[in-house]
Ligand binder design. Structure first.
Ligand code: C2E
Ligand code: CA
Ligand code: CA
Length: 695
C-alpha cells in the first residue's frame, strides 16, 4: 500500500472551511425562513450554491491536503459532478429545514438522503483521481463513513431547523452549532479517507488530463472564502433591511391601531362610539342567544345639559361631558360597555341575571350624575334620564332594543326626569304618536288649527293690565286642544317652528291692532320666540314687516326670549336683539334663573324685562331660599334698569310676597288664565282690571 501523507496547513484550512460552510448554511436557513415568495426562492438557490460549494471545497481541500508518493490529479468532469451533487444535497437540506414542520420520520429520511448525497459527493471526488488499479476501500470504515455522513446530516438538519428563526441569542448558538456540524462533515471526510487504501504501483489516471493540486488549492480556498464572504455580507445587509422593514411595519401597525381606535372611539370622552357600540351589541346578542342569557341596554340622556352648553359655551359643555363619561365609567364593571352616541346621549350595555341588577346600576348612575360638578369655577348641576330594555323580553334585535330604550328614556323625561324606567309596550305608542304628530303638524298651519290664547300681565302695584302674552294652542281635530309643551319641541326639531312662529307673530300683531283700535294703548303683546327662530337670519326683517303690515307702533310688541336662547351664541344674540331694540321693540328675558347667564353679558343685552322662572315662585311661601333668590334677582335686575316680572303667581300669599320683594309685574292663574281673546273680557280680565271694565 502507498502511505498517504497530509499537509497539516491544508487540513486546518479544510476544518475552518467546514465550520464556515456550516455557519453560512445555518444563516441561509434563517434567511429563507424569514422571507417569502420570490426572495425565499433566491435565498434558497444562493444558499444551496454557497453551502454546496462550502461542503465540496472542504472535501476538496481535504483531498488536496492528502498526498501519495505518486503524482496526483483530478478528472474535471467527475470533480464538477461531485460539486453538483454537493449543491443539490445542500438545496435539499435547506428546503427541508425551512419547512414549518419537521417530524422525526421526515428528519430521518432527510438525514438519509443528505448523508448519502454527501457520501456520493465524497466518493465521486475520490473517483475523480481515476486510480488504477482502483482504490480499495476498507468495508467497515466505508460503512462507518456512511453512518457518520447520515448521522452528521441528521444532526445538522435538526440544528438548522431549531435555529431557523432569528432570535436575540441565535448568533452564538449558531456559531456553536456550526462547530458541531463542521466537525461532523470533517469526521465523515477523514473516515472516508481512512477507509481508502491505495495499492502499491497505483497510477493516478487524472494526473495529466486533470487539474493539478498546487494552484488548485489556492483557487478553491480563495473562491470558497469569497463566496462565504459574499453570502454572509448579503445576509447581514438583508437582515438589516429586514429589521428596518419590520420596524417600519411595526410603526405602521401602531398607526393602524390608532386609526382603528379613532374610528371606534368617541374623541371627546374616549368612550366607544356608535360603531363600536353596534359591534359590541351584536356580539352580546349572539352570546346571549347562544347561552340563553340576558343583558340590559340603557339609554341615558342628560337633563339640563343644553342650557349649560348654550349659556356657558361648548368648552364647558365638553368638559362636563368628559366628567359625566368618567362617572359613568366608574359606576359600571370592566366587562360592561358605555358608549357615547353623540351630544349628551350615552348607551350602556350590561350583563345581568335579573332586571333588578339593571335597576341597581341605573340608580347608581343617576346618583353619580346628580352630584354637583365643579368645572372651571362653575358649580354645575345636571341629572340623567334613563330608559332600560332587557334582552330578550324588550327586543331581540339591536334596533328594537335601542328604539325601545329610547322610548323608555323619553318616558322618564316626560314624568319628571332624573331617574330610570324599564320599557313598557305602551311607551312605544308614544314613539308612534310622535311620528303621527309630525305628520299632523305639517298640515296644522294650512288647516288653520292653531290658535293663540292670551294671558294678561299685571302691574304689581295697582293691578292694571300692562300687556298680554300670546300663548300658542293647537286645536287638534282628534285630540282636542293641545298645549305648546306637547308639540313645540317636535316643531323645533323638525324646523316647522319657523313657519309656525311666523304665523304666531302675525296673529298676535293682528290681535294687538284690534286692541289698539279698542283703546288699549298702554298694552304690549308679548310673543315667545324659540331658539330656532332666533337663529334664523330673517327674524328682524320679518318683525319689521309684520309691524308695518298692521301699522303697529313698535312699542306695542314685546319679544320673550328664554335665558338659555339669549346666551346660546352671545355675540349673535347681542346683534339680533340690538337690531330689534333699535326698531323700538321691547325684549324680555324669559325663564330667568334656569340657565347660567353671566351678569356681564346680561348687562350688555338690550333687554328691558326679566321674567323670573315660575319654578322660584311656586315654593315662595315654603322655601325661604327661593325668596332670597327672587329678592336677589330683583335687586340685580333693578340695578341693570330691568323691569322684573314674576310669572306663575297662583296664590294671594305669593302675590303679596312678590309685591313686597319689589317685583314690577305679575302674571299667573291668580290674576288671569290664558284664554282666547273673545273670552278675555268676561272671564279673566274683568274681575281684576278696572281698565277693561270701563269698556
Ligand atoms: P312660558 O313662556 O314660560 O309661558 C308661561 C307658561 O306658564 C304658559 O304655559 C302658561 O299657561 C303657564 N302659566 C301661566 N300662569 C301660570 C300659573 O299660575 N301657574 C302655572 N303652573 N302655569 C302658568 P303654556 O301656555 O303651556 O306654554 C308653555 C311654554 O310654551 C311657554 O312657556 C313658552 O315657552 C312656550 N310657548 C307658548 N307659546 C309659544 C309660541 O307661540 N312660540 C314659542 N316659541 N313658544 C311658545
Ligand atoms: Ca313666555
Ligand atoms: Ca316663562
Amino acid at each position: 500500500m502507498l502511505t498517504a501523507q497530509y499537509d497539516s496547513l491544508l487540513v486546518a484550512i479544510s476544518i475552518l472551511v467546514a465550520v464556515l460552510a456550516s455557519y453560512t448554511a445555518l444563516d441561509m436557513a434563517a434567511r429563507i425562513h424569514s422571507s417569502s415568495g420570490r426572495s425565499a426562492m433566491l435565498w434558497l438557490t444562493g444558499g444551496s450554491v454557497a453551502m454546496g460549494i462550502g461542503i465540496w471545497s472542504m472535501h476538496f481541500i481535504g483531498m488536496l491536503s492528502f498526498s501519495l508518493p505518486i503524482e496526483l490529479g483530478y478528472d474535471i468532469g467527475l470533480t464538477i459532478l461531485s460539486l453538483l451533487i454537493a449543491i443539490v444535497a445542500s438545496g435539499f437540506a435547506l428546503w427541508r429545514v425551512t419547512q414549518s414542520e419537521l417530524s422525526f420520520g421526515q428528519l430521518l429520511l432527510g438525514a438519509l438522503i443528505m448523508g448519502l448525497a454527501i457520501a456520493a459527493m465524497h466518493y465521486t471526488g475520490m473517483a475523480a483521481m481515476r486510480m488504477t488499479p482502483g482504490i480499495q476501500y476498507d468495508h467497515a470504515w466505508f460503512i462507518v463513513s456512511l453512518l457518520i455522513a447520515i448521522g452528521a446530516s441528521g444532526a445538522a438538519l435538526w440544528i438548522a431547523f431549531i435555529l431557523r428563526k432569528n432570535k436575540p441569542h441565535t448568533v452564538w448558538a449558531r456559531m456553536a452549532a456550526a462547530v458541531v456540524m463542521g466537525a461532523a462533515i470533517i469526521g465523515m471526510h477523514y473516515t472516508g479517507m481512512f477507509a481508502a487504501n491505495f495499492p502499491l504501483g497505483s497510477i493516478c489516471g487524472a494526473q495529466y488530463a486533470g487539474v493539478t493540486p498546487g494552484w488548485l488549492a489556492l483557487v478553491v480556498i480563495v473562491v470558497t472564502l469569497s463566496i462565504f464572504a459574499i453570502a454572509l455580507l448579503t445576509s447581514v445587509l438583508d437582515a438589516r433591511l429586514e429589521s428596518q422593514t419590520s420596524i417600519l411595519a411595526r410603526s405602521l401597525a401602531v398607526a393602524n391601531q390608532e386609526l382603528t381606535l379613532q374610528a371606534l372611539q368617541d374623541n371627546l370622552t374616549k368612550l366607544p362610539n356608535r360603531t363600536l357600540l353596534e359591534d359590541r351589541l351584536e356580539q352580546m346578542l349572539h352570546k346571549a342567544a347562544r347561552e340563553h342569557a340576558r343583558f340590559a341596554l340603557m339609554f341615558l340622556d342628560l337633563d339640563g345639559f343644553k342650557a349649560i352648553n348654550d349659556s356657558l359655551g361648548h368648552h364647558i359643555g365638553d368638559l362636563l361631558l368628559i366628567e359625566v363619561a368618567n362617572r359613568i365609567r366608574h359606576n359600571i364593571r370592566g366587562q360592561d360597555t358605555a358608549a357615547r352616541l353623540g351630544g349628551d346621549e350615552f348607551v350602556i350595555l350590561i350583563e345581568i341575571t335579573d332586571p333588578e341588577d339593571a335597576a341597581t346600576v341605573a340608580g347608581k348612575l343617576c346618583d353619580a350624575i346628580n352630584a354637583p360638578f365643579h368645572i372651571n369655577q362653575h358649580d354645575l348641576g345636571v341629572s340623567a334620564s334613563i330608559g332600560i330594555t332587557v334582552y330578550p323580553e324588550d327586543g331581540r334585535t339591536a334596533h328594537d332594543l335601542l328604539v325601545n330604550a329610547d322610548a323608555a328614556m323619553y318616558h322618564t323625561k316626560g314624568v319628571g326626569r332624573n331617574g330610570y324606567h324599564f320599557f313598557e309596550t305602551s311607551m312605544n305608542t308614544n314613539a308612534h304618536n310622535q311620528l303621527q304628530m309630525i305628520q299632523d303638524l305639517r298640515h296644522a298651519l294650512d288647516e288653520r288649527q292653531f290658535v293663540l290664547h292670551y294671558q294678561p300681565k299685571h302691574d304689581a302695584q295697582d293691578g292694571r293690565i300692562v300687556g298680554m302674552e300670546a300663548l300658542l294652542r293647537w286645536q287638534h281635530p282628534v285630540r282636542g286642544l293641545i298645549g305648546p309643551g306637547e308639540f313645540i319641541p317636535t316643531a323645533e326639531k323638525t324646523g316647522l317652528i319657523v313657519s309656525i312662529g311666523e304665523w304666531v307673530l302675525d296673529e298676535a300683531c293682528r290681535q294687538m291692532r284690534i286692541w289698539l283700535d279698542s283703546g288699549y294703548t298702554e298694552w304690549k303683546v308679548a310673543v315667545n320666540l324659540s331658539a330656532v327662530q332666533f337663529a334664523n337670519g330673517l327674524l328682524v326683517d320679518q318683525v319689521a314687516a309684520t309691524l308695518k303690515k298692521y301699522a303697529l307702533p313698535a312699542h306695542c310688541l314685546m319679544l320673550e326670549v328664554t335665558e338659555s336662547t339669549a346666551m346660546q351664541d352671545v355675540e349673535s344674540s347681542m346683534t339680533i336683539l340690538t337690531e330689534l331694540a333699535v326698531l323700538g321693540i321691547d325684549i324680555s328675558i324669559d325663564d330667568f334663573g334656569t340657565g347660567y347667564s353671566s351678569l356681564l353679558y346680561l348687562k350688555r343685552l338690550p333687554a328691558c324685562e326679566l321674567k323670573i322662572d315660575r319654578g322660584f315662585i311656586h315654593n315662595l311661601a315654603k322655601n325661604s331660599d327661593d325668596a332670597a333668590i327672587v329678592s336677589a334677582i330683583v335687586a340685580m335686575g333693578h340695578s341693570l334698569n330691568l323691569r322684573i316680572v314674576a310669572e306663575g303667581v297662583e296664590t294671594e300669599t305669593q302675590r303679596s310676597i312678590l309685591k313686597t320683594l319689589g317685583c314690577d309685574t305679575l302674571q299667573g292663574y291668580l290674576l288671569g288664565r290664558p284664554a282666547a281673546p273673545t273670552q278675555l273680557s268676561y272671564n279673566t280680565i274683568l274681575p281684576h282690571t278696572p281698565v277693561i271694565a270701563a269698556i
